[in-house]
Design a protein around this ligand. Sequence first.
Ligand code: CO
Length: 294
Amino acid sequence: MFSKKIVSTLIFTMILLFSSVVFASGHGSDQAKKVGILLVAFGSSEASAQVSFDNIDMKVKKAFPNIPVRWSYTSHIIRKKLAKSGKYLDSPEVALAKMADEKFTHVAIQSLHTIRGAEFEDLSNTIAGFKLMGVFQEIQVGQPLLASQEDIEKTVNAILGSIPAEREASEAVVLMGHGTHHPANAFYSALAYQLQLRDANIMVGTVEGYPELDTVQKQLVKNNIKTTYLMPFMSVAGDHAKNDMAGDEDDSWKSILSKAGYECKPVLKGTAEYDSFAKIWVSHLGETLSHFEH
Ligand code: CO
């Protein structure tokens, strides 16, 4: 946390210096309109996660063919890890500074987060900083996957559509969300409730928030479940999906549930790999871009 603060302070100072150059050189609002997209993900160092990012990248470029697309990862740890293997990803701050340098005037940022949690809040603060400095004429962020009742309904449908076809009604589907201490964690319960109305054998648990696996296990017992699918409810099937959900270690959900007598069928696919989920993020980006059409 400490070093992250220092880094962001440095970056912010850099941006301030940079923006003063922009102002001093007198290129404010008389620039030609140039619209750009910045996609922001938490990031992942797992190669398997790249499938998710590639799918989103493809869908965004297909939906908005004439708008340049840039990427950034919010996780400093992941960026550092990737840099060691020669893959350099920008933070949102650096990506935005570069876009300013490239004379973009309108920037639509799309978060690939699942909820409006701490990561999304940090991103919003960064954007507020850029807004304040007036570097761009317009800078706006689109909602993550779950931000409204309509999003929950679309997500419920996307989940129902992403369950393997061979799953029988008597088999459970346990989704693993990330979870957080942030109040936006309540979205997982809201989603779980609405899923339950459609199919009582679909359950939502989280790694770091509520509902916990304990809660899920009570439901499994209550519904007399013998077999359960395990699916990540995260944009990528990265570290959490591979290890915390489907890993062979004693504390993975697969191990805990297997030990409790359930047959587990893990599905290692992130939500962003499915077109139905990708569509929700892309539509949020479309809403942002529509604000630039004047
Ligand atoms: Co995590």
